[in-house]
Write a protein that binds this ligand. Structure first.
Ligand SMILES: [Zn+2]
Length: 155
């Protein structure tokens, strides 16, 4: 499938301890529009990035995560087949027991509408919070038969 990279923005929230991953990621995703935030507080930083996106699709990728090569094309193919799908997400090679948010590909308009995570202390993590919202809003979550790699970083 030919996919136009201009239709997908990659967003990176950069915590100080993950800064050293950034150059590699910028090189890997040089075909795509990229939005970066260094704002303190994960929820705020994500929201700042999301507000700047105007593409049909958004890839949320934490700097310490690595995605399988075919992930973007596969994810978009699935999304095009079902308009109710808001997000395609993966768990990690070392399972965390749910899909990560920092390895997720979204329909831009749905992410803009749903994202309001605010670093609630002691409550749900960002991933569980957002995926619950997706389902509450009657959208669908999908996944693919492979996992992301989580290098040791802040998240
Ligand atoms: Zn989580």
């Amino acid at each position: 499938m030919m996919f136009d990279a201009k239709n997908l923005t990659v967003i990176f929230t950069v915590a100080k301890e993950d800064e050293h991953f950034l150059d590699d990621k910028l090189a890997n995703f040089s075909d795509y529009p990229i939005v970066i935030s260094r704002t303190i507080g994960l929820g705020k930083a994500r929201r700042e990035c999301i507000d700047k996106v105007s593409t049909e699709y958004v890839l949320v990728l934490d700097l310490d995560n690595v995605l399988p090569d075919q992930y973007i094309e596969d994810a978009i193919m699935i999304m095009k087949a079902d308009t109710k799908i808001a997000v395609i997400a993966l768990d990690y090679e070392e399972c965390i027991g749910h899909y990560g948010f920092g390895t997720s590909l979204w329909k831009g308009e749905m992410l803009k509408k749903l994202y309001d995570y605010q670093d609630y202390k002691g409550e749900l993590c960002e991933c569980c919070y957002l995926y619950r919202k997706v389902l509450q809003n009657k959208y669908k979550i999908e996944t693919l038969p492979y996992r992301a790699i989580h290098n040791k970083g802040s998240n």
